[in-house]
Ligand binder design. Structure first.
Ligand code: FES
Length: 634
């Protein structure tokens, strides 16, 4: 077998590039077609072929995770130009190189390519996450079991160098803290150790072989609820999931009140930070206990949240977020450790904090876009995270636009007369068929109020059956009696306001659960704001509602909305219902994906570069469009 040097010598020098080229800034896109299955993907110029394949669920052999050492990621460039990289000659003969064979992890796509992927020799580990995304496991946390030669007078390499030499392809940095215990760990373990590397950092050297156990926690820090998922990085599976109310609640239910609290009281920022840390610490303890995992075995955390939550968790003054021109402290955080978040896991565990697009399109939305794969899909898709501040993104792998639409508290049923959180006794679904009205109530108990999804359903059904007209007004009693004699008695007055009683408590409408005329108006404002948002994005992209292949309703509220009701009130484009998907907590899914794959995580930063933010406030066309959207579809 010829030596690597001999192989290099056989290759025409012009096509060897000594260094792996730096990735481009991603502003150009290139098209890659993968054979034999013909998958066609578009990625930023400079993306390694390996990443482009992995992002699109196309598995290429690898055991080194794309570090250029296993030489298993062999692909053939059938058409297009990829220079021979410095590692390629060690993997291929000169003939193979001339025939287009390259290591996919070293091959940066700087033009359109057709790539042949040979059948897999090994089955890569993968997990399903996001909207049916097939995520190939490649966590930033890597473990290597090392049985090292003991030092001698002939071999006086330093302890650290001995470990680094054992790591071969990885060249992590080590901290002073690690060095303090390195010597004793090596000797006590008779130089039989496991190195733990996260990205570029050697975060620990553990005695013996611990490679089977490595964990991460993905946090979704919501204004109301915080969710933690403990992930087994070996299998890609969640081991335990916990959620609890954000302990910042006493400072206000929404981001604006919490920011106001910091402006009124200098102590409040520290207290809010402390409460966020308590929340994360409690969840960490809970999921580790449930998963029977030592906190020290959690080597990394990933965190997504809206910008205010992230700034508060990190103790960054949020005041500029609350007033024009709405400026974030930074789009991408400098290195953050788990301990900066009050999370007690491995003492040197880093934290990956999702970058944010703007003050009101935060890391939670970047995580959501990552989970949906919106920026890489050929189909035109509309993503709506429904909430007080609703974030909207529209696009495909060609171009993606995003905006934030202030929808007010209607969807959370705040300021709704009989509104309540989605808790026991809340009406969450309403169905009207002919003259019969059926309610779906959480926990199947007597209704005590109505939550956001119940509100949307009730209004959608009343519009559909004709008891609310398209301008949002309740029908006159005589018309209602003619249309639905069995329901018209529910349409009554409380004081001077018309209401529709959903559930009677006795004969008094005021003590019953009802929908008021003002509630309908609140919902109209909320849905008009969102519909105006996506219509403006469509105008900017030059597309219409019928061009949209799929609508993804995300967020804790979006998960409970029924697609039919969303269409009936005009919250989403009028598409065939299977094309409207209640996608659930996409932000949390994005945080999990980031923990499972460092390649996917890099995509979060591409999203930051690629997605164009459209500011709605101050737009001349906003008001007219908003007024048009107040009506319910006819
Ligand atoms: S993935 Fe191991 S060498 Fe490319």
């Amino acid at each position: 077998m010829s030596s690597p040097l001999a192989r290099i010598a056989q290759v025409p020098p012009a096509i060897v590039d000594a260094e792996l080229p730096a990735p481009d800034d991603g502003s150009q896109r290139v098209r890659l077609r993968f054979l034999p299955d013909g998958a066609d993907v578009r990625v930023p110029s400079g993306t390694p072929v390996f990443d482009a394949a992995s992002w699109n669920g196309i598995a290429i052999d690898s055991t080194c995770g794309g570090h250029g050492t296993c030489k298993k990621c062999k692909v053939r460039v059938v058409s297009g130009d990829v220079p021979v990289g410095s590692v390629d000659p060690r993997a291929f003969t000169a003939e193979e190189l001339l025939d287009g064979w390259r290591l996919a992890c070293r091959a940066n796509a700087r033009g359109d390519l057709v790539i042949e992927v040979p059948p897999l020799q090994t089955r890569p580990k993968a997990a399903l996450a996001g909207v049916g995304r097939h995520v190939i496991l490649r966590p930033a946390v890597q473990k290597r079991h090392l049985v090292l030669a003991e030092p001698s007078l002939e071999d006086q390499r330093s302890d650290l160098q001995r470990v680094l030499d054992g790591l071969e392809d990885l060249e992590p940095k080590a901290s002073l803290e690690l060095l303090r215990s390195l010597g004793s760990t090596l000797r006590e373990a008779a130089f039989d150790v496991t190195a733990v590397v996260c990205d570029e950092e050697l975060i620990d050297v553990e005695p013996g072989d611990t490679t089977a156990r490595r964990y991460a926690i993905a946090f979704d820090v919501g204004t109301t609820t915080v969710v933690a998922t403990l992930l087994d990085l070996e299998s890609g599976q969640p081991v335990a999931v916990g959620s609890m109310l954000n302990r910042q609640q006493p400072y206000g239910a929404d981001v604006i009140t919490r920011i106001s609290a910091t402006m009124l009281d200098h102590e409040a920022l520290g207290e809010l930070r402390e409460r966020a840390h308590e929340t994360l610490a409690q969840l960490t303890a809970e999921v580790c206990a449930e998963g029977e995992v030592e906190p020290r075995e959690v080597y990394e955390v990933t965190v997504c949240g809206n910008v205010t939550m992230i700034q508060l968790v990190l103790g960054i003054d949020p005041e500029p977020l609350s007033m024009a021109p709405f400026v974030v402290s930074t789009h991408s955080m400098p290195p953050v450790s788990a301990s900066d978040l009050g999370v007690e896991v491995h003492p040197r565990a880093p934290a990956f904090v999702f970058p944010s697009l703007g003050a009101y399109v935060g890391g939670d939305i970047v995580a959501g876009l990552l989970a949906t794969g919106l920026t890489r899909d050929r189909r035109l898709r509309l993503f709506i995270d429904v909430g007080t501040n609703s974030e909207i993104a529209l696009g495909s792998n060609e171009r993606v636009l995003a905006t934030a639409a202030p929808a007010g508290p209607a969807f959370e049923a705040a300021q709704i007369k009989c509104g309540m959180r989605a808790a026991d006794g809340a009406i969450e679904g309403v169905k009207i068929e002919g003259d019969s009205l059926a309610l779906q109530v959480i926990a199947d108990v007597e209704p005590v109020g109505i939550c956001g999804s119940g509100l949307v359903d009730a209004v959608a059904e009343l519009v559909h059956c004709g008891l609310i007209d398209h301008s949002g007004r309740f029908m006159a009693e005589d018309v209602a009696a003619e249309l639905h004699p069995g329901l018209s008695s529910r349409l009554t007055m409380i004081g001077k306001e018309r209401v529709f009683v959903l559930h009677w408590h006795g004969e008094d409408p005021e003590s019953s659960v009802y929908l008021s005329q003002r509630d309908v108006r609140e919902l109209q404002f909320a849905k008009a704001s969102i519909a105006t948002g996506w219509r403006i994005l469509m105008g900017e992209l030059g597309v219409g509602p019928k061009d949209v292949a799929q609508v993804l309703l995300a967020g804790s509220f979006g998960a409970y909305l029924t697609p039919l009701s969303a269409v009936r009130i005009g919250l989403v484009p009028d598409l065939a219902l299977p094309r409207i998907v209640s996608a659930g907590n996409m932000a949390g899914e994005g945080a999990k994906i980031a923990a499972l794959s460092s390649r996917e995580r890099a995509e979060a930063h591409s999203i930051l570069r690629e997605v164009e933010y459209v500011e709605l406030s101050g737009r001349a066309d906003f008001n007219d469009m908003f007024i048009d959207q107040l009506a319910f579809p006819g």
